[in-house]
Design a protein around this ligand. Structure first.
Ligand SMILES: *Cc1c(COP(=O)(O)O)cnc(C)c1O
Length: 382
């Protein structure tokens, strides 16, 4: 069957399965060999070459989900992003990168790029003109993240791809927050899509992994670097990731539905002063989000009214956990000013709109009434 015609949940369930020819079992067998025959074989297999049976097959599912020809699976989201950057940038090249970016990516650029002699510019904002202003003669790659963390700003994917193409610059996107369930950047002209598979792909807060999806040509270019840097994922975890991804569509759709309803409810809540969610009509980029997202995702942020202590609020939650990470089936909250943005000064945080009252919410699959009740009881203790 042609993969293009398969629906989301069918891709999640079936694409890239390994048929168990020997015992006719229902699920993919797991191949743990780190040593394969080399005489008279078509492919010389080795885990760090990203071509064990489980790695190769799960890559097909990820490629199908992101509408690309090929994909690679890594040991973490940061392995995926760093290998991708190093495949497209060398000494003397320049990267244009969005200013609101996952903290680990910011650290990688600031701490490692100088060692390689790679130049970079963080944009002044997330609008197209901010990217245009940052482009130089030697710019080789533009990297974006939308929706962004933690204020859920929306970058115009089509416009960035068009701008880059007009200047022969390659584009990449961190699609972790939206997941392929809600956004397929390749359809809008982006060249490379990367994911922290630790988040929605894994979805159960028990896997650390990453992925990159693109054309076969781009994936080969990344592979040539990756086989040297060695960031592959163990086959045990590849297999677990395959199991998790079978429910990716179901999970993320339910989480997205919950997030939309919760955002509307929080928006009317008298103890909440502001809600950041691209699905709300009041979001400044709601129309843009609607034009490039299939759903508005399951991440949102909100601000407690002045005088309500965000730390105490999180301590008082009973069902909803405080967590450094996100995207599991369980709802979690985090204070950006105590975690991802803790190293900035109060003044720097004020400038980018990260207040001490801000709570980032990763919406899970729980029943909405229970989430609302937990939020209300926590607010009442303040
Ligand atoms: C978590 C995350 C990463 C990094 O992924 P790891 O799996 O932790 O290495 C990159 N981008 C985004 C948006 C993330 O949320």
């Amino acid at each position: 069957m042609s993969k293009k015609k398969l629906g989301l949940n069918t891709i999640c369930t079936h694409v890239g399965e390994i048929k168990d020819e020997q015992f006719k079992g229902a699920v993919s067998p797991i191949y743990l060999s780190s040593s394969y025959e080399f005489l008279d074989v078509d492919v010389k297999r080795y885990p760090r070459y990203f071509n064990t049976p489980n790695q190769e097959h799960l890559s097909k599912k990820i490629a199908a989900l992101e509408h690309t020809e090929a994909a690679l699976i890594f040991g973490s989201g940061m392995a995926a992003i760093s290998h991708m950057f190093l495949a497209f940038l060398q000494k003397g090249d320049h990267l244009v990168v969005q200013n609101t970016l996952y903290g680990g990516t910011v650290n990688f650029i600031k701490e490692e790029f100088p060692k390689y002699g790679i130049e970079y510019t963080f944009t002044n904002g997330y609008k197209v003109k901010d990217f245009e202003n940052a482009i130089q003669e030697n710019t080789k790659l533009i990297h974006i993240e939308t929706p962004s963390n933690p204020l859920l700003t929306i970058t115009d994917i089509r416009a960035i791809a068009k701008l880059a193409k007009s200047k022969c610059i390659v584009t990449s996107i961190d699609n972790t927050f939206a997941s392929p369930v809600n956004q397929n950047p390749i359809d809008f002209g982006i060249d490379i899509v990367m994911h922290s598979a630790t988040k929605y792909f894994g979805g159960h807060s028990d896997i650390c992994a990453g992925a990159v999806a693109s054309s076969s040509e781009n994936i080969e270019r990344i592979w040539n670097v990756s086989k040297n840097l060695g960031g592959s994922l163990s086959d045990m975890t590849v297999w677990l990731l395959e199991r998790s991804m079978k429910t990716l569509g179901l999970r993320v759709k339910q989480q997205t539905k919950n997030a939309m309803k919760l955002a509307k409810w929080l928006n009317r809540h008298h103890k909440i002063s502001k809600v950041y969610y691209p699905g709300l009509k009041s979001h400044p980029d709601h129309k843009l989000a609607k034009s490039q997202m299939k759903g508005f995702g399951a991440m949102l942020s909100f601000e407690l009214r002045d005088g309500l202590d965000a730390y105490q609020f999180q301590k008082a939650l009973q069902l909803i956990k405080s967590s450094m990470s996100l995207a599991g089936i369980e709802s979690t909250v985090l204070s950006p000013h105590l975690t991802s943005h803790a190293l900035l000064t109060q003044e720097e945080r004020d400038k980018i709109g990260i207040s001490n009252q801000l709570i980032r919410f990763s919406v899970g699959i729980e029943d909405l009434k229970d989430l609302k009740r937990d939020i209300n009881q926590a607010i009442e203790t303040l």
